[in-house]
Write a protein that binds this ligand. Structure first.
Ligand SMILES: Nc1ncnc2c1ncn2[C@@H]1O[C@H](COP(=O)(O)OP(=O)(O)O)[C@@H](O)[C@H]1O
Ligand SMILES: [Mg+2]
Length: 140
């Protein structure tokens, strides 16, 4: 499967669709680091990836709990949101390292906050708010 290195989506549904397409090529042990400002569409993309993995549970933002885990799909999905993280030690305390070496797919919003912990194989995806309905998604 080929995925263009840069796309613009014009609806939340289109961003989810891109994520669902991406999900098809994910392998066990994949870590994905999402960067992009609040409202850039990071959680929206994760919802699409979850759908593409065949997860039927609703994906909600783990803003307060930092980590949500979903099973029942082709691979287990761990969704991490570090928006409220204050220190790297806090991430270690909640067991982030186990998730960075797990057998499923781990997707991290605000991953730049734990840059030094990310495995070298981490796939980076950048989301950018262009306007009310447009987001740019880049796979550098
Ligand atoms: N093209 C688009 N892609 C993604 N989200 C969009 C798009 N256009 C509008 N939106 C809206 O932007 C919001 C994105 O929020 P969210 O995914 O929670 O962002 P983040 O997790 O980066 O803070 C959603 O309410 C969604 O409906
Ligand atoms: Mg989010």
């Amino acid at each position: 499967m080929t995925t263009l290195p840069e796309v613009e989506t014009h609806s939340a549904a289109a961003t989810m669709e891109f994520g669902a397409h991406l999900a098809g090529s994910l392998l066990p042990g994949t870590v994905i680091a999402l960067s992009g400002e609040l409202g850039a569409g990071k959680t929206c993309l994760v919802k699409g990836i979850a759908r593409g993995l065949g997860i039927t549970q609703e994906v909600t933002s783990p803003t307060f709990t930092l980590i949500h885990e979903y099973t029942g799909g082709r691979l287990p999905l761990v969704h991490v949101d570090l928006y409220r993280l204050e220190t790297i030690n806090q991430a270690i305390a909640i067991g982030i390292e186990d998730h960075l070496s797990g057998n499923g797919v781990t997707i991290i919003e605000w991953a730049e906050k734990i840059a030094s912990l990310l495995p070298a194989s981490t796939q980076h995806i950048e989301l950018q708010f262009i306007n009310d309905t447009t987001r740019r998604i880049r796979l550098p």
